[in-house]
Design a binder for this molecule. Structure first.
Ligand code: SF4
Length: 476
């Protein structure tokens, strides 16, 4: 499910500087683009390479092999992936890098066309072939012709793809590149919804839940590795379990995760506005570690637009759901994502969306301009809007939300809130950056904390002394 902020993550896995002095033999650098689900894939590939004796370096110029784990869901994301590939191929042309491997959604979506576009790519690896990363790289000569001894998956020269497995690949043994106390946990792969604007099912396949025991085992591994905040992700988190035995099982999963030692916070992202049962609401409200924070991308509110988006929900159902959630979960912080400029969206329908934003007062909200994605049903619709109309509507949504967000922040002044400390501010002995329950990592606001001897991953009760736009100022 698309959400703001995902496309501007050009994450370069950082490691200790000392690597500069070592030879580059069997070293690799990792460029991880896109959403947290892709980030989990990056960390899994890094873990497999470490296990095979490879060494991660922070700077691609010090690496023998660079892996670009790409994103392919909308135009801007693809452009960023192309830029990252081009940058790494320039390093290769200058002899700073020996091999360039391209993985992830763009590889899965464009396949051999990407190799034609970039003949310098040494290896393409599809989303479901990611666990063969070490085997694939071992089969690559440092420079020149490759050996074909790679087994298992369909392999066409420099392209390695696998069909989607019936169950998601395991994400254990990761080399995590997030903050030590924070981790994303993918509970399922793929999506069965067919929203007309979305290309993700083309890349990630049909919905496949990870069995509960596998999710819990991965959560325990992460907690033992220092994780205090666990962020649950999938394309559609609320569909969890329905493909296993026809029952929604997210509530059951949360009750199991709530008992995992070491975790302090469990955060839910990417919920779809369906299958949110009373049992799930009661479980979230009654759990000790599950935050009263829900990310539910709604995309729109006009019945006609929702119908053309094939969202399977209408305005009445959406508003009833929001009322149930606000009524059932104390101090709930709701995040949503809206799509502006969908083909055929009239000014009247857009005004309806603006009015919805002003009335619902989401604590957190992001907006996208519609991106015409090849191969989606929306691409064949008529009445596509001019780019400037799409962009101005997106900006009008964000302007309306800014007033809501700033007012919410101002209302926190004087309160005492628990803040998860993420890191110290460099060069300042008593200054730290953190987040409260209403702040998901990397997409929401932050809390700037003044305090003594605080540690990353520590949850500190703070007094909110001021609000500064989307952020809060606090004293521990
Ligand atoms: S098809 Fe719909 S629910 Fe599925 S990932 Fe795309 S936007 Fe999300």
């Amino acid at each position: 499910m698309p959400r703001d902020g995902d496309i501007d993550r050009f994450r370069l896995a950082d490691v200790d500087v000392s690597s500069k002095k070592k030879s580059t033999h069997r070293s690799y650098a990792l460029v991880s683009l896109g959403c947290p689900k892709n980030l989990v894939d990056s960390e899994r590939m890094a873990g497999l390479l470490d296990h095979d004796g490879y060494r991660m370096v922070g700077d691609p110029r010090n690496a023998e092999t660079v892996i670009v784990n790409t994103c392919g869901f909308i135009g801007d994301a693809r452009d960023e992936s192309y830029r990252a590939i081009e940058e790494m191929l320039r390093l290769k042309d200058r002899g700073r890098v020996r091999r360039v491997v391209v993985a992830g959604c763009l590889a899965e979506r464009e396949r051999e066309a990407l190799l034609e576009r970039y003949p310098g790519i040494d290896q393409l690896i599809g989303v479901f072939a990611r666990d063969e990363i070490a085997v694939a790289i071992n089969g690559l000569p440092v420079a020149g012709k490759r050996d074909d001894a790679v087994g298992g998956s369909q392999e066409a020269g420099r392209a390695l793809f696998s069909p989607a497995p019936s169950r998601p690949l395991p994400d254990s043994g990761r080399h995590r590149i997030t903050l030590r106390h924070l981790a994303y946990l993918k509970i399922a792969e793929g999506c069965n919804r067919l929203c007309s604007f979305c290309a993700i099912p083309q890349m990630r396949g049909r919905y496949a839940s990870k069995p509960i025991d596998q999710v819990v085992a991965e959560a325990e591994e992460l907690a033992a590795d220092g994780v205090r905040e666990l962020v649950l992700v999938a394309q559609d988190t609320t569909f969890y379990g329905l493909d296993l035995d026809g029952r929604p099982q997210l509530a059951e999963l949360l009750r199991r995760l709530d008992r995992v030692d070491g975790l302090s916070w469990i955060r839910l992202m990417y919920l779809y506005p369906m299958h949110i049962t009373d049992e799930l609401i009661e479980t979230i409200a009654g759990a000790s570690k599950v935050l009263p924070y829900l990310d539910i991308p709604l995309q729109h509110i006009s019945d006609d637009v929702l119908r053309r988006m094939r969202r399977q929900v209408n305005r009445r159902q959406t508003e009833e759901l929001l009322d149930r959630l606000r009524g059932g979960i104390k101090s709930l912080s709701l995040r949503t994502t809206l799509l502006a400029g969908f083909p055929g969206e009239t000014e009247e329908q857009f005004e309806e969306l603006l009015e919805f934003v002003r009335r619902q007062r989401f604590e957190r909200l992001g907006a996208f301009a519609f991106s015409n994605e090849p191969g989606t049903a929306a691409a064949d619709l008529d009445q596509h809007l001019p780019e400037e109309v799409k962009l101005s509507r997106r900006d009008r949504l964000m302007a309306a939300q800014q007033e809501v967000a700033f007012a919410w922040n101002a209302s926190q002044v004087g309160k005492r809130l628990d803040v998860m400390i993420d890191r110290p501010v460099p060069g300042q002995r008593t200054a730290y950056v953190g987040r409260c329950w209403a702040d998901a990592p990397e997409v929401d606001g932050q809390v700037y904390v003044t305090g003594e001897n605080l540690a990353a991953g520590q949850i500190v009760a703070c007094e909110i002394v001021a609000a500064k736009e989307y952020d809060l100022i606090a004293v521990a």
